[in-house]
Design a protein around this ligand. Structure first.
Ligand code: KIV
Ligand code: ZN
Length: 389
């Protein structure tokens, strides 16, 4: 249910575009369609489905995703070139809600590549955004490497894009260079000082090179951004993009200090995370926030004992809220008697205090030799203890 006391933040997922740009993460056509369906179904507001000019395969995938999408806006990426924008429109125009996203690198380093002066680039932005807006009512514009662009020039080109008809202005931290306070200050200043700044949606698009993508995205939202660009599992170029599951769960769990709602059904997070890991071939690290294998697992005796008494002792969110069946208490050398007793109970083994003591000694000996003790190991220990009794 929508909480009317909270502001709505739009979730823009770019797993199928920026995520797929990670070296080695290429997905097949059918895999892209499957992931798009899962994104649509979990409540992602906008799916960036690909870069239609990049290849015939990307064009076809974006067109088909556009035709099939039920709820999400379908967006395609285009460079600041008229043929790119036309190709993008050809692909997304089939969607009930299409969006064209066009961009150009505005920092001194990026301006040097096409060798454009500031004025020449400003003209190009005006021409390409106007062209996109003539094709589509929903146009997003991004100054790539915004966080390393001179303030005066950044403000100037944002104003030009707004005047040319952009409805969303996205501020990419393309190389993950910014820090949270800076991210917030930049968004706040753009909204306040760029003419027309209060008439558009400001988006934040962060990369994770210094591990600050989630913090930077949330800081931008607190400063007024209302669209977060992110990917499942944080997939993306180099160290990746902001992870969808992290920003969405942070807003859900810490709604007390960040009163923002998303439309995401968080119970669908785990399934899509696993599917993206499988189809991209990028396994999720065990200790990854929210979706890592260990995110809801507790091995040490003190933690397991606490968890068995009250789950809130060591968990700030319920595993069910991200689509897991429950907490896991793997048995290892740090585990205590309470977890062993609980495991025996789960396995249907009823033991008295003396037998538990004996099995616990055997369990600790085994756990010193083995990383994780499985159910079969426990049952074997019970059999051995019963035979020796
Ligand atoms: O990181 C980036 O700058 C991008 C743009 C294309 C938005 O992905
Ligand atoms: Zn990016």
């Amino acid at each position: 249910m929508t909480d009317t006391t909270k502001d709505r933040v739009v979730i823009f997922d770019t797993t199928l575009r920026d995520g797929e740009q990670s070296p080695g993460a290429t997905m097949t056509h059918d895999e892209k369609l499957e992931i798009a369906e899962l994104l649509d179904d979990m409540g992602v507001d906008i799916i960036e489905a690909g870069f239609p000019i990049a290849s015939e395969g990307d064009f076809v995938a974006v067109s088909q995703i556009a035709q099939r999408s039920k709820n999400s806006v379908i967006c395609g990426l285009a460079r600041a070139q008229l043929p790119d924008i036309d190709r993008c429109w050809e692909a997304v125009k089939h969607a009930a809600q299409p969006r064209i996203h066009t961009f150009i690198g505005t920092s001194p380093l990026h301006r040097a590549i096409p060798n454009l002066t500031q004025d020449e680039m400003a003209d190009r932005i005006h021409e390409t955004v106007s062209h996109a807006r003539n094709l589509c009512d929903n146009v997003q514009w991004s100054p790539m490497d915004a966080t390393r662009t001179e303030w005066d020039y950044l403000a100037r080109v944002c104003e030009i894009a707004i005047k040319a008809g952009a409805t969303t202005i996205n501020i990419p931290d393309t190389v993950g260079y910014t820090a949270p306070r800076e991210s917030a200050d930049l968004i706040r200043r753009l909204i306040a000082e760029v003419p027309g700044g209060t008439d558009v949606v400001w988006a934040t698009h962060c990369h994770n090179d210094l591990g600050m993508a989630t913090a930077n995205s949330l800081a931008a939202v607190e400063a007024g951004a209302r669209q977060i660009e992110c990917t499942i599992n944080g997939l993306g170029e180099r160290a990746g993009n902001t992870a969808l599951e992290e920003v969405v769960m942070a807003l859900k769990v810490r709604g007390d200090i960040m009163p923002f709602d998303t439309g995401i059904d968080t119970r669908k997070i785990m399934h899509i995370s696993r599917r993206v890991a499988t189809v991209s071939g990028f396994a999720v690290q065990f200790n990854k926030a929210i979706v890592g294998k260990n995110a809801f697992a507790h091995e040490s005796g003190i933690h397991q004992d606490g968890m068995l008494k009250n789950a809130e002792t060591f968990e700030i969110m319920r595993p069910e809220d991200v689509g897991l069946a429950g907490t896991s208490l793997p048995l290892g050398k740090h585990s205590g008697r309470a977890a062993l007793r609980a495991k025996l109970r789960d396995l249907g083994v009823d033991v008295g205090d003396n037998q538990l003591k004996d099995i616990f000694v055997r369990f600790k000996e085994l756990a010193d030799r083995k990383k994780e003790v499985f159910d079969e190991d426990i049952l074997a220990l019970v059999t051995a203890a019963t035979e020796d009794a």
